[in-house]
Design a protein around this ligand. Structure first.
Ligand code: PLP
Length: 525
């Protein structure tokens, strides 16, 4: 008997042994007394019912009474013993079995499960793959803000580019079209996405001048976020290097790291309107470099890269045979008449993946709809495409209601255009924040040309700043304003932070006044 399976509880083994011995609970109490020990009636009943597991010394006593191995009774898997079959009358044996069978069933015992645990449970730690992964846009300072909110404090969140809470509404037509199509979106779509959505994306890519785009090279995703992760997993082997801008949008660095790759950051130069430093890119290429990430228009700096800069980056990619990932999610939020050039248009001979989506241009971050377009030299990325297909199939498809509005959203009047011209909210708020920040003693900022972020610089000597995390926490505690520290964008010095300038003018003005007030006396300790 007594195969000590891992699913058997102490009570199971106790009952088995008692039944084998033909002993009732009262017999156990008597036997204990004969051995000079005391076992209470309720004590034994609790052991048998599984409500309690006895202490070690009691287990030893029970094992002695039952003539079984103590280790087996306790549950050590390797220890098994054969209790000696008792010589007792069959009616008594039956009654002993009956008594054991009367005890609560496994399902009854589930309610008492916690009390059965006598051994301490091992700890479940997060995977070590996450050790070097950072996503501070929603990080520890955000957690602190959440704690303060739970206490009833109101926090102004300037940490995340979430349009809806600041009154940016989705175009009515987009909402109406989703409503109309909702019942047709109940099933999975094709893994890459709905034909209508991909067709519209293809036409948009063609209008932007991206060469060699075909329907089978277009994938929709639950936001660009999902596709960044998918591509990094599809491409990177352990130790492969990928060039990522610094400051970065941190998801790129996080996903490359999680995929086993090594992010290598190239500098975007504040003195040169935050354009990528070409010499720095070149100097960071090694035989392990596999790809380069370009974020244009840029988050967090708001930079829009001139054609000549992009041409130089593409030339480096050409020379060193790099794959190009161009994140262009803010391409329709460009102001002041600057031209947005899609990197892929300059690289028809190179493997390119261009990312975009509706989150920012159509103010539907919550709908989770983005896409990527593979273009240029597809021959050399055939195997990568197998990988992308595999991962795309594994997630079945992206959110189908989100896909259903792509065609509507990409065609016709683009309501976002009203926001980015003089008199428009994003344009006016950008102008205000730029002027107001630069008016604060010890703060300087480059004027963003696109998107809704600004990445100001602090005079660290004036404010004695050695930790940008501490700066962010101090501002949060004193003024209840939540910003993201520069370190959250892989920025190596403690001298920058990012502000999202989405709040309405009045709120923004109050926030900047509070910041100015805070900085008037701030000296980090
Ligand atoms: N890429 C950049 C540069 C971003 O700033 C963001 C979001 O802020 C994303 C990608 C992710 O966008 P989503 O997943 O909403 O499409």
């Amino acid at each position: 008997m007594a195969q000590n399976t891992e699913h058997e509880s102490f009570a199971d083994r106790l009952k088995t042994a008692m039944a084998h011995r033909g002993l009732k609970q009262s017999d156990m109490i008597r036997a204990a007394s004969e051995l000079g020990s005391k076992l209470g009636k309720s004590q034994v009943s609790q052991y048998v019912s599984g409500k309690t597991v006895p202490r070690r010394d009691v287990v030893a006593l029970l094992a002695r009474i039952l003539d079984v191995d103590e280790g087996w009774l306790e549950g050590a898997a390797s220890l098994q013993a054969e209790p000696i079959a008792p010589v007792i009358p069959s009616d008594e044996r039956a009654s002993a079995r009956h008594e054991a069978a009367d005890q609560p069933s496994d399902s009854d015992r589930q309610h008492d499960a916690p009390t059965q645990r006598s051994t301490s449970m091992r700890e479940f730690n997060k995977s070590s793959k996450l050790d070097n992964v950072l996503y501070d846009v929603r990080g520890p300072i955000t957690d602190e803000a959440a704690r303060m909110e739970a206490e009833g404090q109101r926090i102004l969140k300037l940490n995340i580019g979430n349009t809806a809470p600041f009154g940016f509404r989705t175009p009515d037509e987009v909402i109406e079209d989703m409503r109309t199509q909702l019942t047709d979106c109940e099933g999975y779509s094709e893994a890459r996405g709905l034909f209508s959505a991909r067709k519209a994306i293809m036409q948009y890519a063609q209008l932007k001048g991206i060469p060699n785009v075909s329907m089978d090279g277009i994938y929709t995703g639950n936001g660009v976020s999902e596709l960044i992760q998918l591509c990094m997993n599809a491409l990177l082997n352990n130790g492969d290097e990928i060039l990522i801008p610094m400051p970065d949008y941190p998801l790129w660095t996080a996903c490359a790291t999680l995929a086993g790759g090594t992010p290598v950051h190239y500098v975007c130069d504040e003195q040169a309107e935050w354009n990528p430093d070409i010499a720095d890119i070149e100097s960071k290429i090694t035989p392990r470099t596999k790809a380069i990430v370009i974020i244009n228009p840029n988050n967090p700096t708001g930079a829009v890269y001139p054609r000549e800069v992009l041409e130089q980056i593409v030339e480096i990619a050409r020379k060193h045979q790099l794959m190009i990932f161009s994140d262009e999610i803010y391409d329709r939020l460009v102001m002041d008449g600057f031209e947005h050039v899609s990197t892929a248009t300059l690289a028809p001979d190179l493997p390119c993946v261009t990312f975009s989506g509706l989150s920012k241009s159509h103010m539907v971050c919550g709908f989770r709809i983005g896409w990527m377009v593979l273009s240029g030299n597809k021959r050399c990325m055939k195997d990568f495409m197998y990988g992308v297909n595999m991962l795309s199939n594994m997630r079945l498809c992206s959110n189908v209601p989100g896909q259903s509005i792509v065609q509507t959203a990409l065609g016709g009047h683009q309501s976002v255009n009203n926001y980015i011209v003089p008199g428009g909210r994003i344009y006016e708020q950008r102008n205000y924040i730029y002027e107001a920040l630069n008016a604060i003693d010890g703060v300087t900022a480059v004027k963003p040309k696109a998107a809704f972020y600004i990445f100001p610089k602090l005079d660290v000597e004036k404010f004695n700043i050695t930790s940008d995390e501490q700066f962010a926490l101090d501002l949060l505690h004193e003024k209840r304003i939540l910003i993201t520290r520069g370190g959250g964008f892989a920025w190596p010095e403690p001298d920058h932070f990012r502000i999202v300038f989405l709040p309405r003018m009045g709120v923004l003005q109050e926030a900047v006044e509070d910041l100015a007030d805070f900085l008037e006396h701030y000296r980090q300790r």
